[in-house]
Write a protein that binds this ligand. Structure first.
Ligand SMILES: [Zn+2]
Length: 420
């Protein structure tokens, strides 16, 4: 009874041994194969990652080109805004000159109207005096006719008819008195007429002067009107040019956003590889301040007026003042996903870390790492400069969490910063 039991017990033991031996053999074989297998896997991953990085590089080229075009349009928009302000100012000045000219013309015209009224007055007086002269002449003629009818044909006949010298003197005195009276009336009327004529001539000269002045003013206004029309046309032209630039700028901006979205997508793919352990690195601990000893913030994250274009916008990162050539250290270990130049960021580096966080360092004078490179926390990525859209040496630092920009300073709660 014991033997079969022993046999039964022995047999499984032999099987177990065989299994162990077989497993050992398989294990050894696998151990020999594993490096090859891993190499193949790594090669496949490397090809995959470099393909993604290649795509990112292509998108970045596109982005740089778009940024350059937008920058150029911004410059044109800015200069056009200056032109427009100038044209509008010129138009306003002309408008003011024209309205002053119109007032001048109006006052000249009212002076002319006054002269016209005065001239009309003088004309009426003249006509009145002429009528009086005519009446007086009529009276004189009547008197002469009455004398002829009475047989005393003329003053002379009155004189020749005198009886003696005393009578002659009497008659002569009488004739001379009549003659004087007639002559005086006629002379007075003629003098009055002459003075009215002189007055009227004077008024007409003054009126003609005013008319000449008015004609000159009208000519000046006509010139101003032409200038004003030119200025208005210029403003119109500038406005349409401006809206044209604005719409092409908007189109470029949209395109740039699409490219940015593509970069984010590719980075997410790299991020997924990091998460899956297909790319590994030592992240380090916490967050290293990239420019130790430099804590002066010149522009914070969020809304601001752009220092170059003067247009309102959103500051995508945090600006830290630092002298040219200051080493910029990796905030945390990771893989360099971008190391390139573009018109707005200048020389810049993006490092993808763990937990979906990427950091961006812009306006470098030069870069010290290349795309695809694994970096350790505190490793030098590049050096402070003022390349791209920058007005002075500084580090533009961005934190991107799953592609979304966040305030970098939130990651350094224990540092104290100064702001300017
Ligand atoms: Zn900045």
């Amino acid at each position: 009874m014991a033997n079969p039991k022993q046999n039964r017990q022995k047999k499984p033991r032999k099987d177990w041994r065989r299994v162990v031996v077989a497993a050992l053999a398989a294990f050894l074989a696998l151990m020999m194969l594993l490096p090859m297998f891993t190499m193949v896997l790594e090669a496949a991953q490397a090809a995959d990652t470099s393909e993604l990085e290649q795509q990112i590089r292509e998108y970045q080229k596109q982005q740089a080109d778009l940024a350059a075009q937008i920058k150029d349009l911004d410059r044109q928009l800015k200069s056009i805004a200056g032109d427009k302000a100038q044209a509008l100012e010129q138009k306003r000045l002309l408008d003011r000159q024209i309205s002053a000219k119109v007032q001048e013309i109006q006052s000249t015209e009212s002076i002319i109207a006054q002269y016209d009224a005065l001239i009309a007055d003088e004309q009426a007086k003249l006509e009145d005096t002429q009528a009086k002269e005519e009446i007086q002449y009529e009276l004189f003629c009547k008197r002469v006719r009455a004398m002829e009818e009475a047989g005393t044909v003329s003053y002379w006949s009155i004189l020749f008819d005198s009886a003696d010298f005393a009578d002659l003197l009497d008659r002569a005195t009488f004739v001379s008195e009549i003659m004087e009276a007639d002559n005086k009336i006629m002379d007075d009327l003629a003098a009055l007429r002459k003075s009215i004529e002189a007055q009227k001539a004077e008024l007409e000269t003054s009126r003609a002067d005013q008319q000449t002045q008015r004609d000159a003013l009208v000519a000046q206004k006509k010139e101003l009107d032409a200038k004003e029309a030119d200025a208005a046309a210029l403003v119109q032209k500038i406005q349409s040019q401006e809206s044209e630039y604005q719409s092409s700028r908007d189109a470029l901006k949209r395109e740039e956003e699409e490219v940015e979205a593509q970069i984010i997508k590719k980075q997410k793919e790299i991020q997924a590889k990091i998460a899956a352990g297909q790319i590994s690195f030592d992240p380090g601990t916490g967050w290293q301040w990239p420019v130790p000893g430099r804590y002066k913030i010149t522009s914070t994250f969020g809304p601001r007026i752009h220092p170059i274009t003067g247009l309102p916008g959103n500051h995508t990162g945090t600006d830290v003042a630092a002298p040219k050539g200051t080493a910029i250290l990796a905030a945390r270990g990771g893989v360099v996903t971008i190391s390139t130049y573009n018109n707005s960021y200048g020389n810049y580096v993006v490092v993808q870390h763990d937990n979906g966080i990427a950091t961006l360092y812009a306006h470098m004078s030069s870069r010290a790492v290349s795309e695809g490179q694994i970096v350790t926390q505190g490793q030098t990525l590049g050096y402070v400069g003022s390349t791209g859209s920058s007005t002075g040496n500084h580090l533009h630092l961005e934190f991107r969490v799953n592609g979304k920009r966040q305030d970098a300073l939130n990651y350094y709660p224990n540092l104290s910063f100064t702001y300017s």
